[in-house]
Design a protein around this ligand. Structure first.
Ligand SMILES: [Zn+2]
Length: 554
């Protein structure tokens, strides 16, 4: 997903110094979490006892009355026997039945949660299924993809143009599921029945299209890899299709493109950026993570979203973000923002997935940073650096990047630009481009197709860089202050320290002493070092996201 925030004001570095050293961010006091938030955002006992193995979502999408009706078969392995199963389905949709082994089950609703009472004995290690029937008029998205729901639009010829998007709000706003990111099915079949003149495009590969007698068609899409809830999608329209085969690191990768018929010519030009994107990201991150399911780009009536193996696209076949450069460096107009940003999420979001949305930086900081790596791959290191530095003016430092755990509450939008700059800062510390690329590729190997906690990513980066990055992540992910490098020169002595930072902040830093690079290790207590000469100029490497203050005012 991509969120654009309006930039508010610039905070001068001198102002930051007036903040107390130990100023800590507190959760917004006005935010009150409810039992529904806890049910949605935590691994409840009624979720923890069963392990998802397979979903078969089988639905009929009716554009004429904006309804969805159907079933979801939930297949699972019992970890610890229990009687009550939590299934999420949001209002105004209703569950109309639950069955196991052909016997109806009783259930009770509590807001967006259904408590299903299982009748048969649940034996540990064994596989069971529950068939859930549901339907109604799902919530309509007012502002997709930021506001979850279904978008019911029409194309210029009057054909229905329908799409789902639900990150944050949850997949349970359009289908019944275990709506927590910690558990993914190993595979999934998505069966979608639509009016006969339309097509549905969902995730994975198209297994079959079945013509029904009532002038409808049923599309069967099979995802052969684990998939997170919000990654699942339906896109219904008067689509046309073209394809190509990309010769990638793991062999031939099928790329399929679905666009409205009226946009075919434009798409054939704009989507030439897909193989460029794949080449850049396979270089930086390793093989595309879903060769078995192929890669798809699907036109939708909203900006776009990282749906797994079915990236959705609504950027108007223009470069930049809706034609603008978010970095203001000029480099942002060299590529289609949605193709690059949303596809980067195949590595960071769909393959490596956050367990709790509080750690959404795992998706967005890396996808944001990936934009600059794309620029670097084609236009050189300096261009990539200009791009990432250019995005700094969008950073707000309003609240921490990490949100609040177990209540489905994400952190600041700074997870994008500040997160990207945090990773770029880390690269300066590593100061070895090959090692840095190995680390990025290593992340994608180590956590391939896994759901992870942010701390696992932090620990991996500490281990692979050989630097204890705990304070570094505390500063950039859990605090809102920009660390200030304070220094002064007296004769041939340089004195410096970190200020406006977390206790014990100890990030190594590269400075230029009259143009000569020098690596130093500032602490929060002052350090004095001797220089070769006096009358020097001191400059901090601009790749670090820090503020600088010469305390003598020079
Ligand atoms: Zn994103």
């Amino acid at each position: 997903m991509y969120r654009l925030f309006v930039f508010l004001f610039v905070v001068p570095a001198s102002f930051l110094l007036e903040l107390s050293l130990e100023a800590q961010y507190n959760a917004p006091s006005q935010k009150v979490f409810t039992r529904q938030d806890t049910l949605r955002g935590s691994i409840t006992p009624e979720r923890a006892w069963w392990d998802l193995t397979y979903y078969h979502l089988d639905i009929k999408v009716n554009p004429s009355d904006s309804t969805i009706y159907g079933t979801n078969t939930v297949t699972y392995r019992v970890i610890n026997p229990a009687k009550i199963m939590q299934i999420d389905l949001q209002e105004p949709l209703n569950l109309t039945g639950a069955m196991q082994n052909d016997k109806p089950l009783s259930y009770r609703r509590e807001g967006n949660v259904y408590w299903i009472e299982l009748a048969d004995k649940q034996e540990p290690g064994k596989i069971y299924s529950v068939l859930l029937s549901y339907g109604g008029r799902p919530r309509i998205s007012k502002r997709p993809p930021w506001d979850g729901g279904i978008t019911w639009k029409k194309d210029s010829k009057g054909f229905p143009f329908v799409a789902s998007a639900c990150q944050g709000d949850g997949a349970s706003l359009w289908w019944p599921c275990k709506d927590h990111m910690y558990d993914e099915p190993d595979s999934m079949l998505i069966t979608v029945n639509v009016p006969g003149n339309l097509m549905d495009v969902s995730n994975g590969r198209l297994r079959s299209v079945v013509k029904q007698k009532n002038n409808t068609k049923t599309y069967n899409w099979f995802v052969s890899n684990p998939i997170n809830n919000y990654g699942v999608n339906i896109n219904v329209g008067d689509y046309t299709h073209f394809s190509e085969v990309y010769k990638g690191e793991k062999g031939p990768l099928e790329c399929n493109y679905y666009v409205l018929k009226e946009d075919l010519d434009k798409a054939k030009i704009q989507f030439k950026q897909v193989p460029l994107m794949l080449a850049a990201f396979e270089h930086w991150f390793g093989p595309y993570p879903f060769y078995e399911d192929g890669y798809k780009l699907v036109e939708v009536p909203y900006l776009g979203m990282e749906h797994q193996s079915s990236v959705t696209y609504g950027n108007g076949f223009k470069n930049g973000y809706r034609g603008t450069d978010l970095s203001k460096s000029g480099w942002g107009l060299k590529f289609d923002f949605i193709i690059v940003h949303e596809s980067a999420h195949e590595w960071f979001a769909n393959s490596i997935t956050y367990e709790d949305i509080a750690d959404m930086w795992i998706h967005e900081s890396f996808a944001n940073y990936a934009e600059s790596l794309y620029v670097e791959y084609y236009y050189g290191k300096e261009a990539g650096s200009e791009y990432v530095l250019g995005t700094r003016s969008n950073i707000r430092n309003d609240r921490p990047i990490i949100g609040i755990y177990n209540v489905n509450y994400e952190g600041s939008g700074d997870m994008y630009y500040k997160g990207g700059n945090m990773l770029n800062t880390l690269r300066q510390i590593v100061n070895d481009d090959e090692k840095w690329r190995d680390i990025l590729r290593g992340l994608n190997k180590e956590f391939y197709h896994q759901v992870v906690k942010g701390s696992q990513i932090e620990n991996f980066l500490s281990e692979k860089t050989g630097i204890n990055l705990q304070k570094f992540f505390d500063q950039y992910l859990r605090d809102i202050r920009i660390p200030v490098f304070e220094f002064y020169v007296k004769g041939n002595e340089l004195t410096f320290r970190w200020n406006n930072c977390v206790r014990g902040f100890d990030m190594p830093l590269r400075i230029y002493v009259s143009g000569n690079a020098m690596d130093i290790s500032p602490k929060t207590m002052p350090t004095t070092i001797k220089l070769d000469s006096d009358n020097v100029t001191i400059k901090v490497d601009p790749g670090y996201y820090v503020a600088t203050l010469n305390v003598t005012g020079k």
